[in-house]
Write a protein that binds this ligand. Structure first.
Ligand code: A2P
Length: 279
C-alpha cells in the first residue's frame, strides 16, 4: 500500500510523470492511485504521463503486444504514454523474471532488437502506447535502431543512469543530436541498497559541493542535484516513499543554478555507475 499512498501524494503535489514497470510489481497500486485521483476530479487521464517497460523475458516480437496488454490490464488503463524496452539484453522467455541455469547463471535468449522494436512500433500504431522508447541503451544499440531499414518511429527517449556523479556527457550529446530525450534514473544517487547498488561509489547527497550550493539557495543537496539535471535538459525520476521528501523533490522550480555552478557540478562526474547491471 505504500506505493498507492506515495503516488497519490505525488499527484497532489503536482507530479504528472510516473515511471513504472511490470517488474516493480506495483503497477496495480499505481493504476489505482491514478484512477482514484481521476475519480476525485483532481486530474484527467491526459494530465498523467505513465511510462511502462518491456522486461527482458518478453523481447520476442510476438510477446511484445501481449506483455503491454497485461500491463494495461494491471493498471486498468487504456494506454500508456510511453512504453520502453527496459534493457537491451534478452532473457529466456517464461515465468522466471531472472531465468537461471543449474549453476545460477542467467539464461539469455537470442532475439533481434530491431524485430522487438518493430513490435513496439505496432503497439504505438494500435494506440496502446502514445510513444515508444528504450532504456539502458548505449550509442551502438541506439544506432542499430536508428539505422534500421524501414524505421517507422525513432525512440523518443533513452532512460539511463544520470546524476552529478555520472553525467553521461557523450551519450547526452549523441541523444541531443538525434532528438532523443535522456530520462535520468537514480537522479539522487539511488537508495544504496547493496543487493543491486555499487556502494563503493560515495553517497551523492553527502557531496560538499552540492551541499554548499544548496546552502546558498536554502535548498537541499537533493534539490540541487535534481535542478542540475533538469537545467541541462535531463528528465528526472526521483523516487521517494516519504511524503516530506516527495514534496521536497518537487520544490525545484523556484530557483536556478548559475552557469558557473552548473560547471562546478558537471566537474563532479566520476564516470562510475551506481547501477552496474552486471547481468
Ligand atoms: P525515501 O524513499 O526514504 O525518501 P533515486 O531517486 O536516486 O533512486 O534515490 C532514491 C533514494 O533516495 C531513496 O532511498 C529515497 O528514500 C531517497 N530520497 C528521496 N528523496 C530524497 C531527498 N530529498 N533527500 C534525501 N534522500 C532522498
Amino acid at each position: 500500500g505504500s506505493c498507492l499512498e506515495s503516488v497519490k501524494i505525488a499527484i497532489d503535489t503536482g507530479y504528472r510523470h510516473i515511471d513504472g514497470a511490470f517488474v516493480y510489481y506495483n503497477e496495480h497500486e499505481v493504476g489505482q492511485a491514478i484512477r482514484e485521483k481521476i475519480a476525485e476530479g483532481r486530474i484527467k487521464r491526459e494530465d498523467i504521463f505513465y511510462c511502462g517497460k518491456l522486461w527482458n523475458t518478453c523481447h520476442p516480437p510476438e510477446l511484445v503486444r501481449p506483455t503491454l496488454e497485461k500491463t494495461l490490464k494491471i493498471l486498468q488503463l487504456d494506454y500508456v504514454d510511453l512504453y520502453i524496452i527496459e534493457l537491451p539484453m534478452a532473457f529466456k522467455p517464461g515465468d522466471a523474471i531472472y531465468p537461471k541455469d543449474e549453476n545460477g547463471k542467467i539464461i539469455y535468449h537470442e532475439t533481434d532488437l530491431c524485430a522487438t522494436w518493430e513490435a513496439m512500433e505496432a503497439c504505438k500504431d494500435a494506440g496502446l502506447a502514445k510513444s515508444i522508447g528504450v532504456s539502458n541503451f548505449n550509442r551502438r544499440q541506439l544506432e542499430m535502431i536508428l539505422n534500421k531499414p524501414g524505421l517507422k518511429y525513432k525512440p523518443v527517449s533513452n532512460q539511463v543512469e544520470c546524476h552529478p556523479y555520472f553525467t553521461q556527457p557523450k551519450l547526452l550529446e549523441f541523444c541531443r543530436q538525434h532528438d532523443i530525450v535522456i530520462v535520468g534514473y537514480s537522479p539522487l544517487g539511488t537508495s544504496r541498497d547493496e543487493t543491486w547498488v555499487n556502494v563503493s561509489s560515495p553517497p551523492l547527497l553527502k557531496d560538499p559541493v552540492l551541499n554548499a550550493i544548496g546552502k546558498k539557495y536554502n535548498k537541499t543537496a537533493a534539490q540541487v542535484a535534481l535542478r542540475f539535471s533538469i537545467q541541462r535538459g535531463v528528465v528526472v525520476i526521483p523516487k521517494s516513499f516519504n511524503p516530506q521528501r516527495i514534496r521536497e523533490n518537487f520544490q525545484i522550480f523556484d530557483f536556478s543554478l548559475t552557469e558557473k555552478e552548473m560547471k562546478e557540478i558537471e566537474a563532479l562526474n566520476k564516470n562510475v555507475r551506481y547501477v552496474e547491471l552486471l547481468m
